[in-house]
Each structure stands twice: as structure tokens, then as C-alpha cells.
Write a protein that binds this ligand. Structure first.
Ligand SMILES: [Zn+2]
Ligand SMILES: [Zn+2]
Length: 385
């Protein structure tokens, strides 16, 4: 019974491919009770008419069943149409989604324009804050790189620019007392409005960045006989780590108030849900704090111990390296011998360890921590949550 059925299948399948005649009724009446026929029926019913690829693959899979054992052939026929059906249905869903998007695009555009018009102040201020940050960050990194040749005028201008824009922003929105959130107090805004909460968190994050950038400018202005450039690098690193850790804590009271729906919900269910969400948020924050804490401890250790990467190299060790630094390709300035016996200028190798942990020549691990922020840069990361 079974082999006959499989054979009949393949004949009918190939016949359908050439003539595209309906075959549902023929197969259904032949063996309505066998599993093979039923699956074949459902696949041919679900098959999209315009799906040329599934049609093309069908004769191949069915012709294989000719020389195989009946059970094996049945298994193959079961699997192949299922996969085709799944692929076909997900494709048609995707096509439907694209069609929906295509039809709704004009309406979505109208809504977008309306939304932008409603929040035009917030959006333009956001762009302003972002460009201020990008400009100040780039200028500070440039000034740190210039070392002795850094322009005091430029540093003073940056300091005034950053403090001026922060004060102007707080003065413009003084009715909201946005500065309260800098010190974990509650600003006078509607805590039920998601956009207002996002606005406070975003503005506070940028202002904190500006504050720490201003401190970096102050360090840049300190004369080099009071604080060496090497020491300034450690200060930039410490300030940046402090800034990132502080910024992580600042949004906590704002989001917590928003999540527990401060003073708005009076039902027991509302309070329970609010407190549950607030607690979940606090737990997540605590976990991310522990992730950062290890890094911060390492930075503190580096700041206070100021580790040396090697020892001053002797004349003989320098001449063994042909008296040429492999990084700057010039004569050694204050040569330093690493544990891997490679010699570099002190300045060249300390700049290298701001980005890497290993010796540039032999890849021996020299440092256990990348001194990422010693170049005066400020993280671009926006601490929203
Ligand atoms: Zn060098
Ligand atoms: Zn080396």
C-alpha cells in the first residue's frame, strides 16, 4: 500500500508541475487516511501560487523517493514541505509588513512632523548640547596632546564656554529647578510625564559632563612647574572615572520616582506594581555599580601608586637597540627599558599604554590596565538610565 502511494505521489507531483492542474481532489480521494497524503495536501493548499522557488525545488525532493525505502521516503516528504511552508509564511508576513509600512509612510511622516513641532525646544537643545560636548571634548584632547605648547587662551575660552552654556541653560529653565537633580534632589517637574523625565536625565548628564570637562580645563591651566604633564594625565583619568561613576547614580532618584508613580496611584495594585518596578530598577543599578566598582578601584590604585612600566635604560642597552626608538623613529628621549628588554622613549611608551597593555614590539603583557582617559577625553556614553 505505502510504496504505491509514494510512487503515485511523485507521478502526480511532476505532472502538476508541468500542467499546473488541480490535484487536491485526486489525492484526497485516493488515500484520505494515510499520513503522507494528508501532509502533501496541506502543503499544496498552503503553497503560495507565485512562489516559484518552492515549485522548482519540489520535483527534486519527490523524485528522490523513487529508489528509497517507503518509510524513508515518507520522512523526506514530511520534512521538505514543512520547511517550505514556514519559509513561505514568514516571507509573506515580511511582505505584508513592508506593504503596511509603505501604505502608512505618509501618515507616519505627518505624525513625525507633529511630534518634532511639539518638542522642537527639547530637540534643538539636545542638538546644541551634543555639539557643545563634541566641540569641547575635541578641543580638550587637542590641548592635552600639545603639552607645553597648549594655548592658555583656548583653555580659558573653553572653561568660560562650558560654564556659560550650563548657566544659561539652568537660567532659561529656572522654573523647573533642573539643578536639583545634580545633587539627588527633586526638580519641579511632572514625574508622570515620560518625556519630562527623559529631559531632566539627559540635561543633567550633559551638564555633569561639562562640569568635569571644566575641571580638566582648570588642570590644563595649572603651570607645569606645579604639576607635571605626567601627573596631569593621571588627574584626567581620575576625573573621568569619577564623572562616569557619579553620572551613574544621578538618574536613580528621578527614574525611581517615575517608576513608583510618585503620589499619583492610590490603588493597592498600582502601588505594588510601582514598588516592584522601582525595586527591580534599583537591583539592576546595584549590579551595574558592582561591575564598575572593580574598574574604579583599579584606577584609584594606579592614581595613588603611579606604576612604572620599566626602568631607565643604560647607554649600552640603548645602543643595542641602535639608539632609535621604534615608536617615534628618532633618538631616545629619557629611554625606558621594559621587562621584555625593549627600549622606548618614556613619553612614547606612556602614550602607547594609554591605548594598549602590551609591548608594541613583542606583545608581552606589561600593564594590567589600559589608561584609557589619560588623554583628557570624556566618554560619549549618554547615561539615560
Ligand atoms: Zn620615541
Ligand atoms: Zn617587548
Amino acid at each position: 500500500m505505502q510504496p504505491n502511494c509514494a510512487h503515485l505521489h511523485s507521478i502526480q507531483g511532476s505532472g502538476e508541475d508541468s500542467s499546473s492542474s488541480p490535484r487536491l481532489s485526486g489525492e484526497g480521494s485516493c488515500h484520505p487516511s494515510t499520513g503522507d497524503v494528508r501532509i502533501q495536501l496541506s502543503s499544496s493548499a498552503g503553497e503560495p501560487r507565485e512562489n516559484a522557488t518552492s515549485r522548482a525545488s519540489r520535483p527534486g525532493s519527490q523524485s528522490r523517493s523513487h529508489g528509497q525505502a517507503p518509510g524513508e521516503a515518507g520522512g523526506l516528504e514530511d520534512a521538505a514541505p514543512d520547511a517550505e511552508e514556514q519559509g513561505g509564511s514568514s516571507l509573506s508576513e515580511l511582505r505584508y509588513l513592508l506593504q503596511w509600512l509603505h501604505r502608512s509612510l505618509p501618515y507616519l511622516l505627518i505624525l513625525c512632523v507633529k511630534l518634532i513641532a511639539q518638542h522642537v525646544t527639547g530637540i534643538s537643545l539636545g542638538i546644541g548640547l551634543l555639539t557643545t560636548y563634541a566641540y569641547a571634548n575635541k578641543s580638550i584632547v587637542n590641548q592635552v596632546f600639545l603639552r607645553e605648547r597648549c594655548s592658555r587662551l583656548q583653555c580659558t575660552w573653553l572653561l568660560l564656554y562650558l560654564s556659560g552654556s550650563s548657566l544659561l541653560l539652568y537660567y532659561t529653565f529656572h522654573s523647573q529647578s533642573l539643578y536639583h537633580s545634580l545633587i539627588f534632589l527633586s526638580p519641579t517637574v511632572d514625574f508622570m510625564n515620560f518625556w519630562e523625565v527623559l529631559w531632566i536625565v539627559g540635561v543633567t548628564d550633559f551638564i555633569l559632563k561639562f562640569l568635569f570637562m571644566g575641571l580638566k580645563c582648570l588642570i590644563l591651566l595649572v603651570p607645569s612647574f606645579i604639576m607635571s604633564f605626567k601627573s596631569k594625565g593621571y588627574w584626567y583619568m581620575l576625573l573621568e572615572e569619577l564623572c562616569q561613576n557619579y553620572r551613574m547614580f544621578v538618574p536613580i532618584p528621578v527614574w525611581f520616582r517615575y517608576l513608583i508613580a510618585y503620589g499619583e496611584l492610590d490603588t493597592a495594585l498600582g502601588w505594588t506594581l510601582g514598588i516592584l518596578l522601582g525595586l527591580l530598577y534599583l537591583i539592576l543599578k546595584l549590579l551595574s555599580f558592582f561591575g564598575q566598582w572593580r574598574n574604579f578601584r583599579q584606577v584609584l590604585r594606579i592614581f595613588f601608586t603611579r606604576p612604572h612600566y620599566g626602568v631607565p635604560a643604560s647607554k649600552r642597552q640603548c645602543s643595542e637597540s641602535d639608539d632609535i626608538c621604534s615608536i617615534c623613529q628618532a633618538e631616545f628621549q629619557k629611554p625606558i627599558l621594559l621587562i621584555c628588554q625593549h627600549v622606548f622613549c618614556e613619553e612614547c611608551i606612556s602614550l602607547w599604554f594609554n591605548r594598549e597593555k602590551t609591548c608594541p614590539l613583542c606583545r608581552t603583557v606589561i600593564s594590567d590596565h589600559v589608561n584609557k582617559w589619560k588623554d583628557g577625553a570624556t566618554s560619549m556614553h549618554l547615561q539615560i538610565f
